[in-house]
Design a protein around this ligand. Structure first.
Ligand SMILES: Cc1ncc(COP(=O)(O)O)c(C=O)c1O
Length: 435
C-alpha cells in the first residue's frame, strides 16, 4: 500500500480545503488504520487513542461486531430515501425508545449533531408556539446558523450575523465559579441564575433551554449534584421545555447510557449523534408522544435514518448492552480520575480534574497554587504533541483550550489507563522543567 504521507496531505489540504479546518500537532501523522482502542499511522506506528474522534468511537475502531453488519448492509441496500419503507430505521427508533430515559419515545433521524439540535429547536417552537431560547455559557451545539448562535464559545461562533432571541446563562463551572462561590455552600446559585435570566432578559415566553449534561468543548464542565433538578424546577414554573444535547455524552460514555441519568431529570427532547453510529453519520432528536404530535407537517432528511446508518446504530446499541460498556466506563473512569488525582498532587500544572465515566478533563494552569488560575495554553499543546510522540492521542478543549480531554473508546483496559498515566507523568515532568 502506498500512502501520500503527512507532508503531501498538508500541501493538498492547504491548496484545496477551506482554511477554517485546522488540525492538531505541529508534526501531524497520517492515520491509515484503526483497531478497537488503537490507530496506526502510514509507517505502521501504533497509537493508543484516548480521544475516540471526539467521543464517537465508543465501541472501538472498526469493531467487527458493528463493521460486519454495516458492510453487509452496504452490499445489500444502501439508500432509497425514507419515502419508501425499510426496516432498520423503525427498528432503531424502537431500540432508542427502549434505552432513552422516561417517556422519550419518538425519533427523527438526520446525519449530524448540529442538524439534530436545529430540528429539536424547530420542534420546541412548534410545540410551545414560542420563539426564545436559553442556553449555557461555554456550551456548544453545532455549526448551522442557528446552532452556532446557541453556542457559548466565541471560538466556534464565526457567523457575523447571529440569530436573536437567545439568552446565555452562567454555567455550572465549579473550578472557576461565575459567582466566586463554592459547592455546596453556593446553594446552586448558577441554577438560580436561570430564573433571573428568564425574568430580566426574556419576554418570559421562552420555548426551551438547551443544555449539555457535561459541557464537552467547553472543557468537560460537570455540574454538581442537584443542578439539573433545580434547573428543571425553574423551567417547569415558566412552561419552558428542556432539550438535553447528548451528542458528546451519550451512549455509555459517562458510565450511564445517557449522561442526564446522573441527575433525576427527564428531558422533553434529547439529541444524539456521534457515538450512535460509531463512525457512521447518524443523529436524531427524540421526544415524547405528546410533543411529537406538534410536528405533523412534512419533514424529512434525505440521508436521515438510511439503512446503512440505522444498521450501525442498532449494532452499536446491541454491542454497548452486550458488553455492558456503561459499567466499564464507570469503573475505568473512576480509576483514571484517581490516577490523575495522583498526578495532580505531584505536578503544578494540573489545576482541576473532573468528569464522569470515561469523559474526563484535566484543566491546566501555570501554577495550581496561584489563585489567579492562569490557563496553561502553550503547555497544553506541548503535552498533546509529546504524548503523540510517545504513541498516545488525547484531546483538548475549554474556553482557553487548556483542558486535556480523555474520552477513549470504552473498550480500553486498565493497562491502557496505566500506560497513559505513566506517559503523562513523564511529559508533565519534561514540560514543567522547561517552564
Ligand atoms: C455537544 C455537541 N453538540 C453538537 C455538536 C455538533 O455536532 P456535529 O459536528 O455532528 O454537527 C457537537 C460537536 O462536537 C457537540 O459536541
Amino acid at each position: 500500500m502506498s500512502y501520500l504521507g503527512p507532508e503531501e496531505i498538508l500541501r493538498k489540504k492547504q491548496e484545496y480545503l477551506i482554511p477554517c479546518l485546522y488540525h492538531f500537532y505541529t508534526k501531524p501523522m497520517q492515520l491509515v488504520k484503526g483497531e478497537m482502542q488503537y490507530v496506526y499511522d502510514h509507517e505502521g506506528r501504533q497509537y493508543l487513542d484516548f480521544f475516540a474522534g471526539v467521543s464517537v468511537i465508543n465501541c472501538g475502531h472498526c469493531n467487527p461486531a458493528i463493521t460486519d453488519q454495516v458492510a453487509e448492509q452496504v452490499r445489500t441496500l444502501q439508500h432509497v430515501c425514507n419515502i419508501y419503507l425499510t426496516e432498520p430505521i423503525v427498528n432503531l427508533a424502537e431500540r432508542l425508545a427502549q434505552i432513552t430515559p422516561g417517556n422519550l419515545k419518538r425519533s427523527f433521524f438526520c446525519s449530524t449533531g448540529s442538524e439534530a439540535n436545529d430540528g429539536a429547536a424547530l420542534l420546541a417552537k412548534l410545540h410551545t408556539k414560542r420563539y426564545e431560547f436559553l442556553v449555557l455559557q461555554q456550551g456548544l451545539h453545532g455549526r448551522t446558523a442557528f446552532t452556532m448562535s446557541l453556542t457559548g464559545l466565541s471560538m466556534w461562533r464565526t457567523d457575523p450575523t447571529p440569530v436573536g432571541g437567545i439568552t446565555f446563562v452562567p454555567n455550572a463551572y465549579c473550578y472557576r465559579c461565575p459567582f466566586g462561590l463554592s459547592y455546596p455552600g453556593c446553594d446552586l446559585r448558577c441554577a438560580d441564575a436561570v430564573e433571573r435570566a428568564i425574568q430580566t432578559q426574556t419576554s418570559r415566553e421562552v420555548a426551551a433551554m438547551f443544555v449539555e449534561p457535561i459541557q464537552g468543548n467547553g472543557g468537560i464542565i460537570t455540574p454538581p449534584p442537584g443542578y439539573f433538578e433545580r434547573v428543571r424546577e425553574i423551567l417547569d414554573k415558566y412552561g419552558i421545555l428542556l432539550i438535553v444535547d447528548e451528542v458528546q455524552t451519550g451512549f455509555a460514555r459517562t458510565g450511564k447510557m445517557f449522561a442526564i441519568e446522573h441527575w433525576d431529570v427527564v428531558p422533553d427532547i434529547m439529541t444524539v449523534a456521534k457515538a450512535l453510529g460509531n463512525g457512521a453519520p447518524i443523529s436524531a432528536f427524540i421526544t415524547t408522544d405528546e410533543i411529537a404530535q406538534s410536528y405533523t407537517r412534512p419533514g424529512a432528511s434525505t440521508l436521515g435514518g438510511n439503512p446503512v446508518s440505522a444498521t450501525a446504530g442498532i449494532a452499536v446499541i446491541d454491542y454497548l448492552l452486550k458488553e455492558n460498556l456503561a459499567a466499564r466506563a464507570a469503573e475505568l473512569g473512576e480509576y483514571l480520575r484517581e490516577q490523575l488525582a495522583g498526578l495532580k498532587e505531584k505536578h503544578r500544572l494540573i489545576g482541576d480534574i473532573r468528569g464522569l465515566g470515561l469523559m474526563v478533563g484535566a484543566e491546566l494552569v501555570k501554577d495550581k497554587n496561584d489563585p489567579a488560575k492562569v490557563p496553561a495554553i502553550e503547555e497544553t499543546d506541548l503535552i498533546l504533541e509529546q504524548l503523540k510522540d510517545r504513541g498516545i492521542l488525547i484531546g483538548k478543549n475549554g474556553l482557553d483550550r487548556n483542558v486535556l480531554a480523555f474520552q477513549p473508546p470504552l473498550v480500553i483496559t486498565k493497562d491502557n489507563v496505566d500506560q497513559l498515566i505513566s506517559a503523562l507523568d513523564e511529559v508533565l515532568t519534561v514540560v514543567e522543567a522547561g517552564q
